[in-house]
Design a protein around this ligand. Structure first.
Ligand code: ZN
Length: 69
């Protein structure tokens, strides 16, 4: 899968070609202002949120177990 790009003209986000930079924005056809989108993909953010929730749950669960023993 190619890199995600962001068009600074129409703010469209789109997947670039597998290699190299896209020639133009698929929405407004702008050839300039296409920037690689460095934000983490949504799936990665969801996974991080899931991990944080799991860690928090285990910490809270452990504290409850210690408190009730
Ligand atoms: Zn555009």
């Amino acid at each position: 899968m190619g890199m995600q790009y962001h068009c600074s003209r129409c703010h469209q986000r789109f997947a670039g070609p597998a290699e190299g930079a896209p020639e133009h924005c698929p929405r407004c056809k702008a050839e300039a202002g296409l920037e690689p989108d460095k934000r983490a993909p949504l799936a990665m953010l969801l996974f991080a949120a899931f991990l944080a929730t799991a860690v928090l749950a285990s910490v809270v669960g452990g504290a409850v177990a210690v408190a009730s023993s």
